[in-house]
Design a protein around this ligand. Structure first.
Ligand code: DQA
Length: 150
């Protein structure tokens, strides 16, 4: 049985759909989860999709992904800009990490331009709304070897 792709979401993403819709869009996190599951399902992979508002819980899940996942898609939300501990946890992973954002942090406030997560990620996909997640799952599938490179 192949390992699943973990898709982990940080703080405030539970409020997608009502939270600053002009920035983050109208899709809910549940809808984003369905998109990720459909993408992975097309290639026979499962997704473990979770959200937390707590830094320690996010780190616990990253540690769990060490052994349980074939790749990690991570939208760290605000913790991406602040959390050295999250970076330290990501650096223990033997699996690829794809950083994912709905908005394009590089085009927003200055403090969003730095990402601790980027230092441990294979790559970052941002700015495409829910499509960012689909593209990130696609990248994770490729990095897992579930989809062959062209
Ligand atoms: C976000 C971008 C972050 O800067 C912000 O703190 C979030 C959401 C995004 O998906 O666009 O909470 O990660």
């Amino acid at each position: 049985m192949s390992k699943p792709i973990y898709v982990l979401n940080g703080p405030n993403l539970n409020l997608l759909g009502v939270r600053e819709p002009t920035v983050y869009g109208k899709a809910t996190l549940e809808q984003v989860r369905e998109l990720c599951e459909a993408r992975a399902d097309a290639f026979g992979r499962k997704v473990v999709f979770r959200q937390t508002n707590h830094e320690g819980e996010l780190i616990d899940w990253v540690q769990e992904a060490r052994e349980q996942a074939c790749a990690l898609v991570l939208n760290p939300a605000g913790y991406g800009h602040t959390s050295v501990s999250l970076l330290d946890a990501l650096r223990t992973l033997p699996i690829p990490v794809v950083e994912c954002h709905l908005s394009n942090p590089a085009a927003r406030e200055h403090f969003r331009r730095h990402s601790f997560v980027a230092l441990a990620a294979a790559g970052t996909i941002s700015g495409f709304g829910p499509l960012s997640y689909e593209l990130a799952v696609d990248a994770a599938l490729r990095l897992c070897g579930a989809v062959r490179a062209a």
